[in-house]
Design a protein around this ligand. Structure first.
Ligand code: SAH
Ligand code: MG
Length: 222
């Protein structure tokens, strides 16, 4: 099964998303928007784990707006392990000097403001498992692009994937089947358990982005 063709973004929206700061290759961002355009908004809103500075929200937000729904964008805004000082993906200008830690929330807010998405993209600021604990709204699309440690990734799987509505989409970033290409946590702790449970089936892939659809009902015996 393949997804509908148009990316769901205007040329201006696409240019803005490409220019936004963050960690999303152009082709994977377009695949993300295309997946969102294929989600059924009647099933519920969109939610992403891992906002950073708002780049993926620039791909998902315009699609949510046109679908008449919203994107909840969750992050504690303190950065993942690999964003901390001394690590490969650290960006020193994002450190709050008084706190001495990364704070991506101001940059995120600015990105969403400049993109005209303040009515559509709703920030959830806090640790993913803490927000997940009391979350009960079914989602038409869940995008997991949060922490890449094994325990953090597993917590995202366990805490969030049950909220994907039957027929809804689970999109996972940074899935690498080959350890030489990247860390294994999203593959081992999110992708594989989702597929192996029988609840999700892969319907599209682009680079390290995987798009799964939740089964309408579990097969007998699961
Ligand atoms: N989607 C973004 C990139 C996200 S980077 C883009 O398109 O550019 C991963 C983000 O996950 C970081 O901003 C980090 O702060 C956040 N994160 C990591 N672990 C988290 C956790 N347990 N709870 C909330 N946010 C977390
Ligand atoms: Mg990522």
């Amino acid at each position: 099964m393949s997804l509908p063709a148009p990316a769901g973004l205007t040329p201006d929206e696409l240019a803005r998303a490409r220019a936004a700061r963050g960690f999303m290759p152009d082709d994977e961002g377009e695949a993300l928007a295309r997946a969102a355009a294929g989600a059924d908004p009647a099933l519920g809103p969109f939610l992403e784990v891992g906002s950073y500075c708002g780049k993926s929200a620039c791909y998902l937000g315009p699609v949510a707006a046109r679908a008449g729904t919203v994107l909840y964008s969750l992050d504690h805004h303190r950065g993942s392990e690999e964003n901390q000082p001394g690590w490969e993906w650290h960006e020193p200008d994002l450190v709050d000097p008084e706190v001495g830690r990364i704070d991506t929330l101001p940059r995120f807010r600015r990105t969403i403001h400049d993109a005209g998405l303040e009515e559509v993209v709703v920030a959830l600021v806090g640790p993913s498992p803490v927000v997940a604990r009391h979350w009960a709204t079914p989602l038409s699309l869940l995008f997991i692009d949060g922490g890449h440690g094994a325990e953090v990734a597993r917590a995202d799987h366990d805490g969030w994937t049950p909220n994907v509505a039957p027929g809804g989409l689970l999109v996972i970033h940074d899935v690498f089947t080959d350890p030489a290409l990247g860390g294994q946590a999203p593959y081992d702790q999110i992708y594989r358990p989702a597929v192996e449970s029988g609840r999700f089936t892969e319907i599209d892939a682009c680079g390290s982005l995987r798009v799964l659809r939740r089964a309408l009902q579990l097969a007998a015996g699961r």
